[in-house]
Design a protein around this ligand. Structure first.
Ligand code: F6R
Length: 610
């Protein structure tokens, strides 16, 4: 959730680190800091509550800090409120060590009490500071040995960057359950929690694995296991363009990423459609395995979980196998019924969400085969899964996901078709009809996006509503969940999504004159049923914004106050189209309310704490 960047080389480090932090700001943005080794003044730390700009102002865009080695950090607070003192880097009391950290040191309190009893004074409320103070406590002249002792003492999750005033020619890094990447250049090396921070400088990277420790100098790097035995690391080449992680003239990353959806869908789907068939070369699910498969367990969080809800309807329909969808944070503690015949379908944009990662490991330990749908190449979930299918959505920077959601859905369709072909659960003409419709989706998405003024107009009417409900049945309900989450996370309007038939079992008591209800009624076979539910809330005074397909728009308009329509498509593919007006509605409502759309309060892009 926090962002880490480190640099060691020939150039001034601070401007490079600030630039990296700006690119990482979506990971956490309540405070930021830099630790730079200045050959004249030694290890200097500057940190500040607030956005990266506050840190840039404090350091004159980094020019006030001299030195060619340093660490930077942007924070999403866990232990200790956002403040100057709680910002990273944290220093040991004697100023020998500076530490940046992403994750949570679970036994920090016990360590802190121990160190305090030894006379060490703490400057912050954070869990991270114990790492800096422990480094000082154990240090006898060898930094790597000290790191090993500290790692043996701490429990929890961490990506750590450590620098020592006694050895300014190196940066030490260590990881467990939180991503860390080494960037390799000529005469310099970088450290980062996310490749976006360093791509401007190098495309050659190494992904650290759990339990590994790295030592970086300007000219070289070494990776060790927990016993300091050398580990050979494979280098990877990052091939996306830096412009993919820039706004490119849009006011917000979210707007850019919404608009990019036709391309992202095309990139994810089209190379995998060959001669009318779905070809997933990376997937090795044999007909025998699929026939013996007892169920699919979908595991994910947030919007990825909402893709899972849509996937349950889709995959059960296509495969006639039971599909259970569960929140990753619940999975581990619900004693899940998983066998060696269970396929765990793990969905994660970042591939680093700690709850999803932990649930995936649990599913694996219980014998399931894991198929991961991931956007970030080389992420931990991608590397640990048995099979991985990448969404080729490109980097997603806005905290609220849009194109990752669409491409995750796209892969669900491909997985469904791939398995259905092997299970013989779909007639050839049905299979062909879905493939044909998949090819039409990008152009239909473009059509929706080119008519976005209507949605902008509805947002201008409703942006001040205190509470907004989303209702729908079947996959419309799944899209309603996502529409509601998008709205509340970026506009801060209270919102709930309900299966339309469930509303009258309690929640309808909240409907009063003027309440806005967004009714999703795209699902053809349930259209009349949903309309009945719309009438129920309408007769209690609700304003209704209805969403359906072009062919039913006229019919729906008779009941609702305003209608949005999306092109008709195969019923199973409807969420891909319906979600776009929901994203746009949330975006424009948030815009009218003057919200910080790309960096909503209290949130961070990649949730690497439980
Ligand atoms: C909401 C959003 C989050 C993520 C969730 C899971 O817009 O982006 O709800 O979907 O934190 O993240 P990933 O998919 O990276 O595991």
């Amino acid at each position: 959730m926090c962002g880490i960047v480190g640099y060691i080389g020939q150039e001034e480090a601070a401007p490079i680190l600030l630039d990296g932090l700006r690119r990482l700001e979506y990971r956490g943005y309540d405070s930021a800091g830099l630790a730079i080794f200045d050959p004249k003044d030694g290890l200097r730390v500057v940190k500040s509550k607030g956005r990266i700009q506050a840190l840039a102002d404090l350091t004159q865009d980094g020019t006030a800090l001299k030195g060619t080695m340093g660490l930077g950090h942007t924070r999403w607070a866990t232990h200790g409120a956002p403040s100057d003192l709680n910002s990273h880097p944290h220093m040991s009391e004697d100023g020998t060590f500076a530490v940046v950290h992403n994750g949570i040191i679970e036994n920090y309190m016990e360590i802190k009490e121990f160190l305090q009893s030894e006379g060490i004074h703490f400057a912050s409320d954070t869990d991270t500071e114990v790492v800096a103070q422990l480094m000082e406590y154990y240090y006898e002249g060898n930094v790597l040995d000290t790191v090993v002792k500290v790692l043996n003492r701490i429990q929890g999750a961490y990506a750590l960057g450590i620098v020592c005033a006694d050895c300014p020619d190196r940066i030490i890094a260590a990881r467990k359950d939180s991503p860390l990447i080494l960037g390799c250049g000529s005469g310099f090396h970088l450290l980062a929690s996310d490749v976006t921070a360093i791509i401007k400088h190098t495309r050659e990277v190494c992904y650290l694995d759990d339990g590994e420790i790295a030592e970086l100098t300007a000219d070289s790097f070494w990776v060790y296991d927990a016993y300091l035995r050398p580990v050979e690391k494979e280098r990877h080449h990052v091939d996306w363009e830096i412009s993919a992680a820039e706004k490119g003239g849009y006011e917000h990353f979210m707007a850019k990423e919404i608009i990019e959806q036709p391309k992202a869908f095309r990139d994810t789907v089209f190379p995998r459609l060959q001669e009318g068939r779905v070809v997933l070369d990376d997937l090795q699910l044999t007909p025998a395995y699929l026939a013996a498969m007892d169920k699919i367990y979908i595991i994910a969080c947030g919007s990825s979980y909402h893709v899972g809800v849509a996937a349950k309807y889709t995959l059960e329909k296509l495969l006639r196998k039971p599909v259970e969808v569960t929140l990753a944070s619940e999975f581990r503690y619900c004693d899940p019924i998983v066998t060696e015949h269970t396929l765990a379908l793990v969905i994660s944009q970042s591939g680093e969400t700690i709850d999803t990662l932990a649930a995936m490991r649990e599913a694996k330990a219980l014998g399931a085969r894991v198929l991961a749908v991931v956007n970030v190449v080389g992420s931990t979930i991608a590397r640990e899964a048995d099979d991985v299918l990448y969404t080729w959505a490109g980097p997603e920077i806005a905290v609220a996901t849009t194109k990752a959601y669409s491409t995750q859905l796209a892969l669900v369709y491909l997985i469904g078709l791939y398995c259905a072909e092997r299970l013989h659960t779909l007639l050839p003409e049905e299979y062909a009809a879905i493939v044909a419709e998949l090819k039409e989706i990008p152009q239909k998405l473009e059509q929706i996006l080119s008519n976005r003024e209507d949605i902008q107009f509805f947002a201008s009417i409703y942006f001040n509503h205190p509470s907004i409900f989303f209702i729908g049945r079947n996959i419309d309900y799944a899209v309603g969940l996502e529409g509601s989450l998008k709205l509340k996370e970026i506009s801060y309007i209270h919102s709930e999504a309900y299966a339309a038939g469930e509303l009258k079992h309690g929640t309808i008591s909240l409907i009063e004159p003027g309440t806005l209800v967004v009714a999703l009624a795209g699902c053809g076979k349930l259209f009349e049923k949903t309309v009945s539910n719309v009438v129920e809330v309408k007769s209690r005074g609700a304003d209704i914004l209805g969403l359906t397909t072009v062919s039913r728009a006229e019919e729906l308009a008779k009941t609702v106050d305003h209608t949005i329509s999306v092109p008709d498509t195969h019923p199973l593919l409807l969420p891909t189209l319906e979600v776009v007006p929901m994203q746009l509605f949330a975006y424009y409502v948030a815009l009218h309310r003057g919200c910080d759309i790309d960096k909503p309060r209290n949130l961070a892009k990649s949730v690497t704490v439980e």
